[in-house]
Structure formats: structure tokens, C-alpha cells
Write a protein that binds this ligand. Sequence first.
Ligand code: UN1
Length: 503
Amino acid sequence: MSSIQHDVKSIFHKLGVPESAYTGGTLAVRTPVTGEIVAHVPEVTAAQADTVIASAAEAFKVWRTVPAPRRGELVRLLGNVLRDNKELLGRLVSIEAGKVVSEGLGEVQEMIDICDFAVGLSRQLYGLTIQSERPEHRLMEQWHPMGAVGIISAFNFPVAVWSWNAALALVCGDSIIWKPSEKTPLTALATQALFEKAAEAFGGVPAGLSGLLIGGADIGRQLVDDSRVPVISATGSTRMGRAVGGAVARRFGRAILELGGNNASIVTPSADLDMTLRAVAFGAMGTAGQRCTTLRRLIVHSSVYDTLVPRLKQVYGAISVGSPLTSDALVGPLIDEASFNAMQESLVAAKAAGGAVCGGERVDVNGAASFYVRPALVEMPAQTGPVLEETFAPILYVLKYDTLEEAIALQNDVVQGLSSSIFTTDVRELEQYISAAGSDCGIANVNIGPSGAEIGGAFGGEKETGGGRESGSDAWKGYMRRQTNTVNYGRTLPLAQGVKFDV
Ligand code: UN1
């Protein structure tokens, strides 16, 4: 048994996950750190998936009647269990998704943060009272639980994205069914075990409140097509989201879609360049370019281009690339070979379109089965070819601009609309950028990069990013149904709009 396999076994042992849950199954799980297979996880059959969905639908009927602050208590306990097991789960995230240590831990911190947020929400979930036009009438709206919520998550935030959905859905009175990425079932098993610990401490959680479906695309489709699941929250590629969104719409379900990003930052003449440099480095190279919020396009004013870009190239040349488990490198591996190939194809296409590529080559860290790369910086003459696409790898395309209008137009001239940022110390530029005529993205930051959002704000984006919002602000409304109530407490029956109907 290799040291990573041993590590997985010991983490699962401490979390109380039985060996049968990760050995002897049909789904082989590789760690991107070395490329070796570390587990074989059993997959659910269609019939088993049906049972999980049916029991989540049943659990909902009970859970919706539990007072919301009491539901919050379950999420509070979940947050505590996550605190107690932060190191273990964070390490498993590093093993399975290849994140460097602080990012693996940061992912678990994000789960803890959303639990805290949801606990507070559980005593809110406010509706409105509205002035009625009729005498002795009360007009109001309430928010009710919605049903079972299907959560489809991606490999790059294998557990945090579940928690954004799960913590809100649970306080909202919904049950949850999770279909994790086939690339990251181990962190899902671990998280489910932690949920069970919280449920045990809570006592009396209805069976099936939180279901887990480990399997391939067919199981995902089954979940998406099932009308017992009124909300589907899906994170992944635009191609996946188009299929999921269409299928959910056909049955009049509700889809919360978090799809591709092609995030840009604009560097203006007044930018603090030292800070910009650090922000760009994290935004573009952090998580080896595998965040949906990763900085992919840098739009630099011509007056600072020749100062900033050579400095950036130095940072790119010097950044540490290495194993997240045995080094303190800042850039870990790509998830797999397909990801490496896609990166190389984009670099070839960028060169063909006139791009000057610096970096991007493979780095041998742990042998032929793992895929580490030096992040690539590509100076482009125009926004064409691969610059218009999201390649899930550390490639930063650099473009030059002369007027802010031109920069904003360039930034917005892609199909994706997730995140964006501007580096400026000029208040007029700042306001123009975040105005109605500025960035068209769901997230528009100032003097930070586009990635690394806190959970308190609503997270999501426009256009082909899918329009969904998760996590903070009033994203909870996506997990509840709104009911408008008109109550007549008088003894007459005045009709709205002055209509007369005397019988
Ligand atoms: C994702 O990449 O799917 O804003 C989510 C961020 C993180 C979440 C990213 N808080 O970068």
C-alpha cells in the first residue's frame, strides 16, 4: 500500500467510513498528486438511486414541519463537526482534487462559514407584509420549503459547493440529494459521514434527509429528470448546464446553474501595481487555474503594460509547482491527462492566433501518471480563438487597451459572465466599472482579483454562466417557494380593481 493509499485509509477510519464504501467498487479513484489509483468506490444502480430519491421526498414531508431555527441547529452541529475534522477533510481534498494545503483547508473553512451563515438565516427567512388596496384585508407573502434539492457538483470545489447548497436547503426545510463529480467521490463519502455525525448528535433527523448518489452521467440524468426533485443546483461546464437546464425546464422544475467563467481583470494607469501583481498571481495561478472564478484574461492599459507584464513573467517563471502533500508549492497538479491535453491544445491555438506563449510546459513532479504544469502567460494581439473559451487550466491571456470603454467592451465581449475585476485608484473609473454600463458579470471586484469570493455575497454569473445564485445574500430564496396570502378579516367582500359581482 502506497503512502497516499494509507493516508486515505487512515482518514476514512478516523471519520468512520467503512472500507466497503471505498474498496471493491467499480469506480476507480485517482489522486492527481501522483496519478495512482487510491480507491474503488461502489456506484449506485438506477434502482438504488430511485430509492434514495424516494426517501428524500419522504424525508422532506417531515423536515418541512420542523421549525426553521430547530433545522438551523442541525446545520450548527454540522459546522461544528466540520470544525473538528477540518484537517482531515482538508487533507482529503488535497489528495483527491490536488489542492495545495491552505486551499484544501480553505475549502473546508468555506463550508464552516456557510453553516454559520445558514444558522443565522434559520431565524430569518423573512416574508413581506404588503399594503392591501381593500379595507380589512391583509396582504403578505411567506416562504415555504420547496422539496428535495438535487446537488450536482464539480471536482474543483468537491465539497464547498455541496455545502453552499446543503446548508441553505436544510435550513429552508428541504431534503438534499448529492451527485458529486465522478472524479471526487471520496470527499463526498467523507462529507456524508460528517453529516451523519451531525444528524446523530441532533437526534430524530428523518431517514433519507441527505442522500448521496455516486455514479456516472446516467445517474445524474436520472436525478435531473425526476419530478420528485423540484430544484436542481448544478455546477460544471456550460455544455453540462445546457443539458441540465433544458431537462429541468421541460418538467417545469427550477434549475440553479453555476457554469463556465472567462473572468477578466482590467489594469488601469492608476493601479497599485505591486498589489495588482500579487492579486493576478493568485487569481490566475491559484488552484492551478481550476476555479470557475480563475482569472483568464488580463486587460492592461498601454501605459503600464511594459512595466507590469515583464514583472508578471518573472513571477510566472519563479512560481513553485509541486506536490500538495510533500511540498509547500503554490501550484499543484491538474486534475488529469485530459485537462493537460486541453491546456496544450489551447496553447497551440493561441500561438496560431499570433500569441506569444511563456510557460505552459509539463513539470515532472511525481512521474508520468500525474500532470503538473508551469502556468502559462500568453500575450495576445487580439481577443480571438482560445481566449474566448474557458480552458480549465492555468493560462492567462494578456491584452492591451487604450480607453476604459474599450477595456470594458473587451471584457464583456465573451459568452460567459461570472466574475471580473478592475485595478484602479481613480474613483471615476471604479464607479464606471461597477455601474449599469460597466462589467456585465455576476461578480465585479475592485482592487482584488476575480476569484476567492466570501460566502456572504450571492455567488454566480450571467449569460452562459447560467444565471444561478448560491451561498450568501438572499440566495436562500432559490430553495423555497413563495406564497402570497390575502386575508379578509372583515364581513364584506370588496373585490380588487373595484369589480362588482353581486349575486
Ligand atoms: C468554483 O470554482 O466552482 O470565489 C467556486 C471563489 C470560491 C468558489 C469558487 N469561493 O473562487
